[in-house]
Design a protein around this ligand. Structure first.
Ligand code: V1P
Ligand code: CA
Ligand code: ZN
Length: 415
């Protein structure tokens, strides 16, 4: 363990619930919630990390909380649908245990859902929502509980910052940046990030959202496209039909929100040096002109080399350098997860970045008592070797042009 900065005194709140890692999108689906358990186990097994954080149990967000952003019909659609799963689960449980009645607490939960849906004048027959129709967003056992846990943690991250209990709050099960007001997309159903930022806006005047997932943070951008109280900044792969296909350089926001959406679209092959350079040039100017009260950072790990979906070539150190740089501004910060499909590298990355939050550089040797130890073969090391001989398809003049265009947009922001 090496102390990496003088201000390790910053309090870190870490949110976790092992149930979140138990959900399954499906055998062939690239999104594996198990990576959250894997990251957690590394963090626990690097014992000195775990001991320095305040660890909180994630709770399920309530329907009213989710309703601060999402459409009530959509929420009920998801919850009724998932309640059926729960009812089935409970029925199976009851028959296995020779019990003939549904437990009181679940009955209460179902009653609350029905009451809330009546208050919201929810249409009962609703075929508008098509969750489950596309392979990206399947329905699976416990889907709504998964959404409630992921968003409950991001909302509580905001609360821990607002109450002064923490300077940095972490939810690796959050960061589901594609979910829209009434639409699931790109493996995301409920947008925990928007819910988190809305909580922060109850107190803070300006919130900066930074997204280093390899995909464009379209759901968060769309939610705040018309406002100047949130600046959204996404770095992403763009072109050749790369998902979701939004996030062009000239998507800058509308009305009072004009110039408060910032997009940095790049071609595949970005490696540490040019990525970090771009990242620092842009975020330093953003911090200077926008002066946010708080930073919410989506740390999607599909921008790492060897990811199954993303085409960038970052090392864990390169990815972590971005987190470290944002931390160096010394304002409250929330770190969220996101994409990441080569799961042994995702867990490595988020364990390393938990260390960054704590001002600790963790050891290169993976703790041998880790139950997922075999995933880290053949080297059993924290930092994996990045892909060699990868062409960075971004020419330096193209990257410079992006930076100068972003600077030009930012020059319209009043100080
Ligand atoms: O490309 C698409 C669909 C197919 N087109 C009509 C659109 N979907 C992507 C979705 C990627 C979502 C990334 C989420 C995140 O930003 C945040 C959590 O990381 C997709 C891909 C792909 N290669 O881009 N879906 C799948 N692969 C997929 C593969 C197998 C089974 C199910 C989905
Ligand atoms: Ca991004
Ligand atoms: Zn992604």
């Amino acid at each position: 363990m090496i102390q990496t900065d003088s201000d390790s005194s910053r309090r870190v709140a870490y949110f976790y619930n092992r149930f979140i890692g138990k959900f399954q999108y499906g055998k062939e689906h690239p999104m594996k919630p198990k990576r959250i358990i894997m990251a957690h186990n590394l963090i626990v097994n690097y014992g000195y990390l775990f001991r320095q954080m305040d660890v909180y149990l994630i709770r399920e967000a309530q329907l009213q909380e989710i309703g601060k952003f999402h459409d009530p019909d959509y929420i009920i659609y998801l919850s009724q649908f998932m309640s059926q799963n729960k009812i089935n689960f409970v029925k199976e449980y009851c028959s296995a245990n020779n019990e003939s009645v549904i437990p009181e607490n679940l009955l209460e939960e179902f009653k609350l859902i029905i009451k809330w849906s009546q208050q919201q004048k929810v249409k009962t027959e609703n075929s508008e929502f098509k969750v489950g129709d596309s392979p990206d967003n399947p329905t699976f056992s416990g889907l709504f509980s998964y959404c409630q846990l992921s968003s409950g943690a991001s909302i509580d991250c905001a609360h821990s910052i607002l109450t002064g209990q923490a300077d940095i709050a972490i939810n690796w099960s959050g960061g589901l940046h594609h979910a829209k007001k009434k639409e699931a997309s790109g493996f995301c159903y409920i947008n925990d990030i928007v819910l988190c930022i809305l909580e922060l806006l109850r107190v803070y005047v300006r919130v900066l959202y930074v997204d280093i997932d390899c995909h464009h943070g379209d759901g968060v951008e769309e939610a705040f496209y018309l406002t100047n109280r949130v600046m959204t900044l996404s770095f992403h792969q763009y072109g050749d039909d790369f998902y979701p296909g939004t996030g062009q350089l000239n998507s800058v926001g509308v009305g009072v929100g004009r110039y408060y959406s910032v997009n940095v679209p790049m071609k595949p092959g970005m490696s540490d040096q040019p990525y970090i350079e771009m990242f620092k040039k842009i975020t330093s100017r953003v911090m200077q002109v926008y002066r946010p009260d708080c930073i919410v950072m989506q740390c999607g790990a599909d921008s790492l080399s060897l990811d199954k979906l993303g085409g960038f070539n970052l090392s864990i150190k390169g990815h972590g350098a971005c987190v470290e740089y944002m931390k160096s501004f010394g304002i409250p910060m929330i770190l969220l997860g996101g994409g990441g499909y080569t799961i042994q590298n995702v867990s490595r990355c988020w364990a390393y970045e938990t260390g960054i939050a704590l001002g600790q550089q963790i050891d290169q040797a993976i703790p041998s008592n880790d139950i997922y130890y075999d995933y880290y073969s053949p080297d059993y090391l924290l930092h994996f070797p990045i892909k060699q001989n990868v062409e960075n398809r971004n020419k330096s003049e193209d990257l410079n042009k992006i930076v100068s265009t972003v600077y030009e947009y930012l020059s319209h922001i009043e100080n």
